[in-house]
Design a protein around this ligand. Sequence first.
Ligand code: SPD
Length: 279
Amino acid sequence: MAFWYDEAHENDSRFSLSTERVLFEGHSPFQKVTVLETTGWGRVLLIDDLYMTSYRDEFLYHEMLTHPALCTAQNLRRVLIIGGGDGGSAREVLSYKEVEKVVMVEIDELVVEASRRFLPDIGKNAWSDPRLEVIIGDGIAYAKRTDLEPFDVILLDGSDPVGPAQGLFTREFHQGVAQLLADGGTYTLQSESPFGQRPVFLETVKVLRQVFPIVQPYFGCVPIYPTGSWSWTFASKTRDPMVLDERRAAAQEARTQHYNRDIHRGAFALPNALRSELP
Ligand code: SPD
């Protein structure tokens, strides 16, 4: 008998998925990790009872986090993913033949273990790709390291700014990212809902603009996230998000479910209400 599994947010609304069964529930030193079998959204990953990704709509999130950065960076040799323990971002990154090395720094081993076991359709072949190195560790500490070769692309695939992910939304963290990022590099991160979590969204863009000379939010839809209206933000020292590597983007269009060059360009259009509120 199916039952409703709720995500309550902002004390004013909740989003509920019809669930057949709880496939996995575990507690790590950091958070609660749950995998559901739902009736309409396939398998779903939750962290601390917040929806992270689902089989049905994960491509909308992962393609929009990864390809705007990957199709605008000068080079693609070295890519860093902070978070991303379900493997969806790694899968997208590794679809580029130019990528030689992907380092994923995920704080919670339980997220990786649960995803590999219960959500194999998200990470797919990424887990066995020899170009992927998974480091179980703190992304905030990693971003402070000064002994690393710069990365061409950095992706922050974190969860909401509560618990261990809170420090990922700070100026100090973005400064760390900036010192790890190559001059021709690009950085994208999920920046919450511009409608449902507007203060966090605005603050994220504002803080990034204190660190990077080029910062532009972009928008899309991820149905299982609060309000469905979602944002990511692009940052770089030199790269314009509107100048695409046409060859890379065209190659992606042949395999992606959502991302294409029109989506890329349109996603950066700024609605009037946000334009007037952004710094
Ligand atoms: N409200 C959910 C925000 C979660 C963003 N990260 C999801 C991780 C998927 N790889």
